[in-house]
Design a protein around this ligand. Sequence first.
Ligand SMILES: Cc1ncc(COP(=O)(O)O)c(C=O)c1O
Length: 370
Amino acid sequence: MSVPLLDLKRQYEMIRDEVEREVLAVLRSGYYILGPNVKAFEAEAADFTGAKFAVGVNSGTDALRIALRAFGVGEGDEVITTAFSYFATCEIIDDVGATPVFADIEPKTFNIDAEDIRRKITPKTKAIIPVHIFGQMCDMGAVMAIAEEHGLAVIEDACQAIGAACPSGKAGSVGHAGAFSFFPSKNLGAVGDGGLITTNSQEVRDFAVSMRMHGTRNDRYRHETFGYNTRLDEIQAAVLKVKLRHLDDFNDKRRANAERYRLAFAGAGGIEPAHELEGYRHTYHQYTVRIEDGKRDDTLKHLQEKAIGCAVYYMVPLHRQPAYSGRYDELSLPETERACNEVLSLPIFPELTCDEQSAVIEAVQEGLTG
Ligand SMILES: Cc1ncc(COP(=O)(O)O)c(C=O)c1O
C-alpha cells in the first residue's frame, strides 16, 4: 500500500461545498482585495489565537519581515534564532539588514534552547525569533523572561503552529508579535499563499496594516514611508475562514494519529517518537521521529522503496546553507547538527486512515531491523 506524506485533496473533498460556496460568493461580489472576508477572517483568527489583533498578509515570510521591521530591526542589529528551521526564518533577518545569530536546540523538542539564547546575547541583540517547530511551542516562559531582562522584541515564528499552546498561552499571543503561514500544506492551509501577523500592540497592528499596502500615507496620494504590496486576498481569506472553523478538529485528528505512533514506537529500539511536553498542545504539523545509530538514511530509503511518504525536515541546518557560504564556518551547534542527521517526518495529516498508518509503522519497523 502506498501512503502519501500529505493529501490535500481528501480534506478539500470534506469541506468542498462550504469552500466553493464562499469562493463563488467572492467571485460574484467583485470585491477581491481587503474586503469583508479579510476583515472577518482577521477577527476570527485573532479570537482563535488569543491575540488582540491579526493582520492578513500574503505569506508567512512577509509576516515575519513586517514584524521585524515593526520593532525597528535593521542594519547593525543581531537577531537570535534557531538554525533548525525553514530558510525563511533567517532569510528575512538578512533581508532587513540584520544578522542572524543561531542558538542551538533542545534535543527532545527540536525547539530553540533558551539557555543558549542567553549565551548568544550581545549589545547588538535586538530581537529573538523562537520558531515553534513542527507545531510544538518553544518554552515561551523562558524566552519572554530573557527578552524582558534584556529589552528585546520577541517575534514568534508560528508558521507551523496555529492552534498550538504552551503554559504561557497560545501560539502567536505570547510574544510581541507572531507570524503564521497559510502555505497549502500547513495545518491551516490556503489555496495559494497567505500569512498573518498577530500582536497585542495597537502600534504594531497599525504598522503592519500600513506596511502590507505601500507604507504610511497622508492621504490617497501622499506616501510618507516605504512599504510592500503583501495583502491577503479575498479568495484566500474566504477559504481560510471556512477552514479555521474546522481547525481544532483537524488538529485533534493529527494528535490522535500522533498518539497511535507513540504507542507503536514506544519501547522499540533505535527510534525515538515525537515528544509532547507536559502542559503543551502539540499540533503536529510534522510528526518527526529520531532514527538513531546512523540508520536514518537507510530507513528513509526503505520507506521510499515501499512508496511510504516521508521527508527529512531539516537535512541542512541554516548555518550550513550555501547562501551563507563561509559566514558560519566556525559555528558549532551540536544538537542542531545531530538532529539533521537523525530526523525523519512521517505522514500525520488528519485524513490519514488507520490502514495507511499501520503500513507506515510496519515499514518503519522493517527499516529499523533491515
Ligand atoms: C518555520 C517557518 N517559517 C517561515 C515560513 C514561511 O512561510 P511562507 O511559506 O508562507 O512564506 C515557513 C513555511 O514554509 C515555515 O515553516
